[in-house]
Design a protein around this ligand. Structure first.
Ligand code: ZN
Length: 279
């Protein structure tokens, strides 16, 4: 009997059949007890098991579900010495909408030099996002990068001049030119430069596979390698890169996958709401 209880204890707390998750968001699994040598995989991705931020008796796994995932059941596998457990995720479509955007054609159809530049910038960024920094910098809940209205949600299907189809990979905040933009948590600046699509960009590594991105800025107040504190002004809003007007595009990468940044904040911040019971 004791053995059975021990086994049940480390199963995800909310486990009861398949757990629902909208594509483009992050599922956080919480484990009350899990063998020290347990490893977790989702699809062909190995997902690290992390300390719970407010409850030392628990551990967590952040499972990013790609926006381009097909709705349906997908399995999370937890392997450890002597066994294996699975958790079924039911990936759902969500309520994403679509919109049409018109921008200068030179930015829709890049020339050869521009294509080489965007390819290089893409690969450079993906290499960074695929880097797992063991140190945790996010010791408190994430905050908004600025106090403003959201003008475009993450995940909106987009058509540029009816030629280029994509989806909105971040959340847009309304921002007049040169509005201060804040780091949403502590971290290390890993990108601070001008890029073709994103314009003046800042990317912060928060550790443990979590990165936040701030695009289209008019001024960069930090440089690569800087350690920033949550709330620090890292730059000023602008209209650099592929945009129709000034705004902040805020994005997040988790274990190399783009996820809805504000939904990620919501999910991870919830873990800080745990209050240990007095003994
Ligand atoms: Zn945007």
């Amino acid at each position: 009997m004791k053995y059975v209880i021990a086994l049940l204890l480390w199963l995800p707390l909310t486990l009861s059949g398949a757990q629902s998750v909208v594509k483009g968001t992050t599922k956080i699994l919480t484990f009350s007890k899990i063998p020290a040598d347990a490893t977790l995989t989702f699809g062909n991705k190995s997902i690290p098991i992390l300390q719970h931020p407010s409850d030392t008796s628990k551990r967590i796994a952040l499972i990013p579900v790609n926006y381009r995932s097909h709705p349906g059941l997908k399995t999370v596998r937890i392997t450890y010495t002597g066994g294996q457990k699975t958790v079924e995720l039911n990936i759902t479509q969500g309520n994403y909408t679509s919109e049409t955007i018109t921008v200068a054609s030179s930015k829709v159809t890049p020339n050869k030099t521009q294509r080489e530049r965007t390819t290089r910038e893409y690969h450079d960024a993906m290499k960074i996002y695929g880097t797992f920094t063991k140190k945790r910098y996010w010791h408190q809940p994430f905050i908004a990068p600025m106090d403003s209205h959201i003008t475009s949600q993450f995940g909106t299907a987009r058509m540029y001049n009816n030629t280029l189809k994509s989806y909105h990979s971040g959340t847009d905040f309304r921002a007049a030119m040169r509005t201060p933009i804040h780091a949403t948590n502590d971290g290390v600046v890993v990108i601070a430069k001008d890029r073709y699509y994103a314009g003046n960009s800042i990317v912060i590594d928060h550790g443990e596979g979590i990165y936040s991105c701030y695009y289209h800025l008019s001024a960069l107040h930090v440089k690569k390698g800087d350690i920033v504190k949550q709330g620090a002004v890292i730059g000023l809003s602008g209209r650099s890169g592929r945009v129709t007007g000034p705004h902040l595009h805020y994005a997040m990468m988790v274990h190399g996958t783009q996820v809805d940044p504000l939904k990620f904040h919501q999910a991870i911040n919830h873990l800080f709401e745990y209050v240990p019971q007095a003994q």
